[in-house]
Ligand binder design. Structure first.
Ligand SMILES: [Mg+2]
Length: 136
């Protein structure tokens, strides 16, 4: 039974293409140039001192989230950074088709095999979670 939902931020809660596009416009550089350079140099960091896909990130998330791994749904847009490492620790997972990674990874067999569910919109989540919990 799903008792908690944890969201990846980039492309799940924030449309990074729009966000980066605004930065590119402000800087006066082509949007695709900004996106490529930013993607090449970005180094994810956080207060936990560990970042995805390091299993330590998901272990720390488990420590601060109520419930056990099989009661937590992790929502992410990437197989490599979100879904595979979360599932490896026993978390339930939802792969959202959104942003560039959805296009790059949507044909990967793991996109069907690994996540607990696939969604096209966050608006689907309440209904999908309710349906999942009815069978749990
Ligand atoms: Mg993301």
């Amino acid at each position: 039974m799903i008792g908690a939902v944890v969201f990846d931020v980039g492309e799940c809660l924030v449309d990074e293409s729009r966000e980066y596009g605004n930065w590119a416009d402000w800087l006066g550089v082509p949007r695709h140039t900004f996106s490529a350079v930013f993607g090449a140099v970005i180094a994810t960091s956080d207060d936990w001192g560990v970042s995805k896909p390091d299993p330590g990130f998901f272990r720390h998330m488990l420590e601060v989230t109520p419930g056990s791994a099989d009661e937590i749904l992790y929502v992410g847009d990437r197989l490599d950074n979100d879904i595979r490492p979360a599932a490896a620790l026993g978390l339930l997972t939802a792969l959202i088709r959104r942003g560039p990674w959805a296009t790059i990874q949507q044909e990967d067999p793991d996109a069907e095999r690994v996540p607990t569910m696939r969604i096209d919109s966050l608006a689907e989540l309440p209904g999908r979670i309710a349906a999942f919990n009815e069978t749990a």
